[in-house]
Write a protein that binds this ligand. Structure first.
Ligand code: BES
Ligand code: MN
Ligand code: ZN
Length: 464
């Protein structure tokens, strides 16, 4: 999608010109009075398609209602544009134009909404989906459009990676992609080095697969950074459950179990272009969880990087084992803050559905701030409790802890498990995107499949 900032969209030759109106407010746009029907009040969700019969440079005019002016925010803008773009796609439009005559900061949300709605994963289809290729936009600050483009591309990259079949997006492939990002210092550790570093919980998960694990550490740095942050993405390139194998219906979409890793890769790439004043470490402990003669087994006892021992209660609770070692590694870097993002628990999905991601951590202020950033970024994060009772359920008779507790409260239990591997001197937040990373049916501006969950929030957080 090529985005062009113009002074005025009114004379642009294109397939669809989008015009809009606030509810209950007279508009200065003469096109509204000329083309929109009298019944166009500007109510939210209202939409009229008008064929201009060659009386105008655009083939169609699409009139959309924005709702009440006082209710306008970035989320309304993004959703409105996304809806309009879907309509334009149904008209088989290739070029569209719109005007953000309201508020300059809304330009970013508009671009991001348009780009999300224009997305389809059709790499493997011989007949490609129809897409809008040109967008003309006016009334915006060109700088904000540059940032929006970088953010939109980042979301797209995360969606592409998570939508890819596991046969393509292997741990080695993720490592190769990471090493191909210019502007980052990246190291990749193989099995021998992972063992040497003492990351035995992670290695145990990887053991059952013929795909070798790859521990990926990307670093974005600047002189005199304001702070130092590590972001860790769960990178299970496929989660079959291991010997505690999943039923077919649950396994079907488990190529998405590296959505956290996809988010981290995409964010790290965007940072090289946004160039914020912070140091960011992107960390992925990539592997597959497979059943085989070499798999780790229920009842095994693993020693994580910080020396704590874990009794394997269920081989399908593998993400927290890989994250345990990655968290230890991140804390040893001496960073101020650590954020991990993971498709971690079905329980989080049961609690919050596909609507919101769960978030928890060791510092309320830090977690609350991320919730706030998510909200204006167009994502929903919901804080879940970190009570000791959840941890008590994971007590083991033979090791420091088990990797699962009871069936209930699974998202918080997983959070309490991870907390064991975070040192007290770092602010830490854990984002559970099990429900939000991958959609089984279209939802708002998103089509089926990967959503790029977390990208917008992390980018806005790091780029403040
Ligand atoms: N990757 C899954 C979690 C998941 C479930 C992600 C549904 C996306 C959609 C994770 O590794 C897992 O299997 N978790 C188990 C934990 C249980 C064994 C304690 C779960 O949630 O069932
Ligand atoms: Mn699992
Ligand atoms: Zn998993």
């Amino acid at each position: 999608m090529d985005i062009k900032v113009v002074d005025n969209t009114k004379d642009i030759v294109c397939d669809v010109l989008i015009i809009n109106k606030f509810e209950g407010k007279p508009t200065s746009n003469p096109l509204v009075n000329r083309f929109a029907p009298e019944s166009f009040t500007g109510k939210k969700g209202e939409m009229f398609v008008i064929h201009t019969q060659k009386e105008y440079p655009s083939t169609y005019i699409l009139a959309i209602g924005l709702g009440k002016e006082q209710d306008m925010d970035n989320n309304v803008v993004r959703e409105n544009i996304a809806k309009a773009v879907k309509k334009c796609l149904s008209l088989k439009a290739k070029s569209i134009a719109f005007d953000i005559e309201t508020d300059y900061t809304f330009g970013m949300s508009a671009i991001i909404g348009a780009s999300i709605a224009n997305y389809h994963f059709d790499k493997y289809k011989t007949k490609k989906e129809h897409r809008i290729s040109e967008v003309y936009i006016s009334g915006v600050v060109p700088d904000s459009i540059e940032t929006a483009k970088i953010c939109a591309d980042s979301i797209k990259l995360a969606r592409n990676l998570a939508n890819e079949p596991a046969a393509f997006a292997t741990p080695s492939k993720l490592a190769e992609i990471a090493q191909g990002i210019d502007g980052l210092k990246t190291v990749v550790y193989d099995e021998a080095k992972i063992k040497e570093l003492g990351m035995n919980a992670y290695l145990a998960v990887a053991k059952g697969s013929v795909e070798p694990p790859k521990f990926i550490h990307m670093k974005y740095s600047v002189d005199n950074p304001k702070k130092r942050i590590a972001i860790i993405g769960k990178g299970l390139c496929f989660d079959s459950g291991g010997l505690d194998i999943k039923p077919p219906s649950s396994m079907l979409t488990m190529r998405d179990d590296m959505s956290g890793a996809a988010c981290v890769l995409a964010v790290m790439k965007a940072l090289t272009k946004l160039k914020p004043d912070v140091e960011v470490h992107g960390i992925i402990a990539a592997c597959e969880n497979m059943p085989s003669g070499s798999s780790y087994k229920p009842g095994d006892i693993l020693t994580a990087k910080n020396g704590k021992t874990i009794e394997v209660d269920n081989t399908d609770a593998e993400g927290r084992l890989t994250l345990a070692d990655a968290l230890c590694y991140a804390c040893e870097l001496g960073v101020d803050e650590v954020v991990d993002i993971a498709t971690l628990t079905g329980a989080c999905m049961v609690a919050l559905g596909t609507v919101a991601s769960g978030i928890m951590g060791n510092n309320d202020e830090f977690v609350d701030n991320l919730v706030k950033v998510a909200s204006y970024s167009g994502e929903k994060f919901w804080k879940l409790p970190m009570w000791q009772e959840y941890r008590d359920n994971m007590n083991s008779d033979i090791a420091d802890m088990k990797n699962t507790g009871t069936r209930y409260g699974g998202a918080s239990a997983a959070g309490m498990f991870l907390k064991e591997f975070v040192t007290d001197d770092v602010k830490w937040a854990h984002i559970d995107i099990a429900g939000t990373a991958f959609l089984e049916k279209p939802q708002k501006e998103f089509c089926k499949g990967a959503t790029g969950a977390g990208v917008r929030t992390l980018l806005n957080y790091l780029n403040l």
